[in-house]
Design a protein around this ligand. Structure first.
Ligand code: SAM
Length: 211
């Protein structure tokens, strides 16, 4: 048994108890070792259901948030997924573990470089780049799903235009202090949305985000 195997199993039980039911998501999260993605200073807290600092004033998202957002995208193998806000790389790794092709963008290059090292170490199918993710990544569009891991003032049009018809987007929308998690499904030129409350995100900074 690995040092954190039992704690990781207990975290999965916690996620089930909080209402996560998608076995594909739970399986992926039971495989991805979150302790590899946290700051070494917090390694003993890696399997708490909490966000933790990762440097550059950013955080690795709370496991429940990762599970909830991933579940809401209804992912399956071979789907093309765009993530805005690589951060530690943990969320991208969970989506890659499901078998999706992941494209991820991060504006802090130091975070991106650390995440890339772990992607290489784990041999994950993840393409990444530094920059402003609010404009998306046109070259690889259209995507089956888009996940935004920082809070936006509104859903960026550029991201909707890079989503396939029937594709899903999960994005926190609100003001800088509090957001609602919006799950949108693209239907022709419009997007139908459902809302989930009770989440807190760092701000999405960029052309179609906050200044
Ligand atoms: N997915 C991350 C993880 O698993 O660790 C969560 C990271 S954190 C909650 C959100 C990230 O979004 C931060 O690293 C932040 O720098 C990044 N971010 C904010 N605005 C961005 C933008 N316009 N483009 C790309 N990344 C952005």
């Amino acid at each position: 048994m690995g040092r954190f195997d039992l704690e990781r199993k207990e975290l999965i039980d916690t996620l089930r108890n909080k209402g996560i039911t998608d076995e594909t998501v739970l399986m992926a999260m039971s495989c991805v070792e979150r302790h590899l993605f946290v700051d070494p200073m917090y390694v003993n807290r890696a399997y708490e259901d909490n966000a933790l600092p990762i440097g550059s004033q950013q955080t690795i998202s709370q496991p429940y948030t990762v599970a909830f957002m991933t579940q809401s995208l209804q992912l399956s193998k071979e789907m093309k997924v765009l993530e805005i806000g690589t951060g530690s790389g943990y969320q991208a790794a969970v989506i890659a573990m499901i078998g999706c092709r992941v494209f991820t963008i991060e504006r802090h290059l130091s975070l991106l470089n650390s995440a890339r090292k772990i992607f290489d170490q784990l041999n994950l199918r993840i393409a990444s780049k530094g920059g402003d993710g609010t404009v998306g990544w046109k070259e690889h569009a259209p995507y089956d799903a888009i996940i935004v891991t920082a809070g936006a003032p509104k859903i960026p049009e550029a991201l909707v235009s890079q989503l396939k018809d029937g594709g899903r987007i999960a994005i926190p929308v609100g003001d800088r202090e509090s957001q609602q998690l919006v799950i949108g499904t693209k239907k022709g030129d419009s997007i139908s949305t459902v809302i989930a409350d009770g989440f807190k995100f760092v701000p999405l900074i960029g052309k179609n985000g906050w200044n």
